[in-house]
Write a protein that binds this ligand. Structure first.
Ligand code: ADP
Ligand code: MG
Length: 730
């Protein structure tokens, strides 16, 4: 019998690269062509309309109804000129993906005729019947209405035949039900606090933005193989599969030449991304076979987040045209590297100055050190919250797996900057600075730029590393919405900058210190009090785990435990104080994240049982039957003495298949019982812990025995595509 696997492999062997639709033009000729950005607005809007949208984009000022009507009409005209028929509010519910509900522009006007219409109110606000999105009890179903409201700071775009309008998503009673709402609030608090601190150094600064450059890692797999792996389809990862003999040990894939079929796919999704104004610029092979990365030029955080969410969607759709499927899961394959999404984060003034880039003068360097040290202090004070912001069932497989940052939060600075901080800590006295001391300090910080230029040391094992002019938050998962991590980072830094400003002002007033003197004193204190978060060594090592424990840093390896930090007393008051999320919203989020965790493990557990019962055991037992038939044949042909010699391999295999099948079956049944126990629990928290500690504990034993079966069973009858078949792309 030919298995579906063999048929799929035959299909794969016939593949050739699909022709790309990328035109033979420079990117600048079509970049942003499908975005209602500055150029389209200038062309389609009146002067007044253009100015009001621009003001809304830059200052967050709201647009009045009359103007909204004008903008809507122009957006419609622009979209229709490009063949668009539908529009949608495009938002980011807490499922982690994006949501859209398309409505046609056309409207019947009687007599069997219709016109295209799109009003200001349709642009500004919608009331989707979106009662099925996660809301953690914030919205009971009888008040199922949630609103989506236009976010003019992120431009509308055309994807497919649809005009997409980025929006926030809030409940009828005003609570945030999405990622964007708290992100926008955190950016505004960050702007306010960072601008105030900037004014110590430069009175002309009136606005500070957060910048984000993400690096998206992903795997590709041939669609024919994906289609017969139920685990990949339903959970995004392989729940079984013996590691292939050759995987990543030769390190020949990283930055290797890109296979032609893959390159054709990359060109197409880059082309589509460029039309959408996503500035994707870098592409390369990653460490694991069939793993790749793309990265854009960094952008303002809200736009960068929207672009990443959109890119993930674009990649998935374009991949299908190329007979690939994209795996965005953090750990699609056991035994080879998983995927992350490094979030490069910095702050910039409206005139484009990067605040985490050392300057040319002592004054700008003091500004650099101020933002640099405050960020370290913020991470130190809120490490648990930062850990919670990247927690997910998927990411648990990656964090601490000797390939990705550990679950322990620490900050890597590089040798030179460490020295500078140590020096600063030593040389700032506990009293008012003398003129000589001040000069000496300024001279010592003036050295920073030269040093950083040749600061090439990189530490790939750190979850949060300074890389010359930005911090790189490496622990974020590949499938995550960056907004989760960015909202926390923005909030804790904003909070820290406010505290800094208060302390400096107080010192200037009480001790009559001048500004620089006060700043030096406070920074020195921060260096001392945040020291334990700094770590330069190997984050993958066991010594670090011990050392971290000694330092009192937490190491929470699994999601249910890590999520708890969302609802700690400090987190609740932190978010509430800055008006980013209130108690109810945060508790709702905690519950939603726990439920998502539970559901993911529940689905995995069900798929494991299903594949065991429907695919693995039947194949194993049918191969065992072949062996038994053969044994019966041998017995009828040979003398008992000869039979004993000749049938020994058969008998061993028959026994091993029975033993392993029994273990697998028993564990799968026990796991189902564990699931029942977990489902009967009465709180989201208890359920998540039960799924983590009880249900999930069966996974490894089942997998181990299935993978051993894969090794001894006839290749021709094994039902699942093997690692060596999935991981090698031509
Ligand atoms: P690498 O980290 O691989 O050496 P780069 O330093 O060029 O590469 O940057 C990696 C990522 O960091 C890119 O996505 C880039 O856009 C982003 N990046 C660079 N500067 C900034 C910045 N000031 N703010 C945010 N992201 C940045
Ligand atoms: Mg990087």
């Amino acid at each position: 019998m030919t298995t579906r696997r063999i048929l799929a492999l035959q299909e794969v062997s016939k593949r050739t690269p699909v022709e790309t639709s990328q035109p033979n033009k420079q990117v600048s000729e079509y970049f942003g062509a499908n975005v209602f950005g500055i150029d389209a607005m200038r062309e389609f809007l009146s002067e007044e309309g253009y100015n009001s949208v621009k003001e809304a984009m830059e200052k967050g000022v709201s647009i009045d109804r009359r103007m909204a009507d004008q903008v809507a009409a122009c957006m419609k005209a622009w979209a229709i000129s490009k063949g668009v028929t539908h529009y949608t509010h495009w938002f980011q519910p807490l499922t982690g993906t994006t949501a859209e509900k398309h409505d046609g522009f056309f409207e019947p006007i009687g007599n069997g005729r219709a016109i295209e219409r799109f009003s200001g109110s349709q642009l500004v606000q919608q009331e989707p019947d979106a009662s099925s999105f996660p809301n953690g009890g914030v919205r009971s179903t009888f008040e199922a209405r949630g609103y989506t409201a236009w976010d003019p700071t992120s431009p509308a775009f055309i994807w497919g035949n649809t005009l997409c309008i980025p929006t926030i998503f809030v409940s009828y009673t005003g609570e945030a039900l999405d990622f964007k709402t708290p992100l926008l609030k955190s950016l505004s608090v960050l702007d306010k606090s960072a601008t105030e601190v900037c004014q110590y150094f430069d009175k002309t600064v009136t606005k500070v933005i957060g910048t984000l450059g993400w690096e998206q890692e992903y795997f590709l797999i041939d669609a024919a193989l994906y289609n017969i792996r139920y685990d990949l389809q339903q959970t995004g990862r392989t729940l079984f599969g013996h590691i292939s003999a050759k995987n990543q040990q030769l390190e020949d894939h990283y930055w290797g030449s890109i296979p032609e079929r893959v390159l054709a796919f990359m060109k197409d999704f880059e082309y589509e991304s460029h039309l959408l104004g996503i500035p994707v610029r870098t592409r390369h092979n990653e460490v694991a076979p069939a793993q790749f990365e793309c990265a854009p030029v960094f952008e303002e955080i809200n736009i960068a987040v929207d672009h990443n969410q959109l890119l993930m969607d674009v990649m998935e759709k374009v991949a299908m045209r190329h007979n690939f499927r994209v795996l965005l899961h953090e750990k699609p394959y056991a035994g080879v590297n998983g995927s992350g999404k490094h979030n490069n984060w910095s702050l910039a003034t409206s005139s484009g100055k990067n605040l985490l880039s050392p300057g040319k003068t002592p004054k700008t360097n003091l500004q650099f050190l101020t933002f640099f040290i405050n960020t370290i202090k913020a991470v130190h004070d809120h490490a648990d919250l930062l850990r919670a912001s990247i927690a997910s069932a998927n990411n648990d497989h990656r964090l601490g797996a000797n390939e990705a940052p550990p679950a322990i939060m620490s900050v890597f600075l590089g040798e030179q900057l460490n020295k500078i901080l140590d020096e600063l800590e030593k040389s700032v006295p506990d009293k008012k600075l003398s003129p000589e001391e001040k000069t000496a300090l300024k001279l010592s910080i003036a050295k920073i730029p030269d040093i950083l230029l040749d600061n090439t040391d990189r530490n790939r094992t750190s979850p949060f590393a300074f890389t010359g002019n930005k911090f790189e938050f490496r622990a974020v998962g590949s499938s995550a919405n960056c907004a989760g991590a960015m909202t926390v980072l923005n909030t804790i830094v904003a909070n820290q900058l406010m505290a800094f400003k208060n302390e400096v002002d107080a010192l200037m007033e009480k001790k009559k210190l001048d500004k620089d003197d006060a700043i030096f004193h406070i920074l020195k204190q921060y260096i001392s009090t945040s020291k334990k978060i700094r770590f330069e060594g190997n984050g993958y090592s066991d010594e670090w785990k011990k050392e971290a424990k000694k330092r009192g840093l937490s190491n929470v390896p699994t999601t249910p435990g890590a999520l708890k930090a969302w609802v700690s007393k400090e987190s609740l008051s932190l978010f509430e104080k800055h008006g980013i999320l209130n108690h109810r919203e945060q508790e709702a989020r905690y519950e939603i994240y726990l439920e998502t965790y539970t559901k993911k493990i529940q689905i995995e557990s069900r798929i494991i049982a299903e594949m065991v019962n429907n695919q693995i055991l039947p194949s194993a037992l049918s191969y065992q039957k072949t062996l038994i038939d053969s044994v019966t044949g041998l017995k009828s042909v040979f003398s008992p003495a000869e039979f004993k010699k000749l049938a020994s391999t058969h008998l061993e295999l028959i026994a091993e298949i029975s033993e392993r099948s029994t273990i697998i079956k028993k564990a799968a049944d026990d796991m189902t019982e564990a699931r029942k126990r977990a489902n009967a629990l009465n709180s989201a928290e208890k359920q998540a812990h039960a799924y983590c500690e009880d249900v999930k504990s069966y996974f490894d034993a089942i997998r181990y025995n299935v993978d051993r079966l894969e090794n001894i069973i006839d290749d021709a009858v094994w039902p699942l595509p093997k690692y060596r078949e999935m991981l090698y792309l031509r």
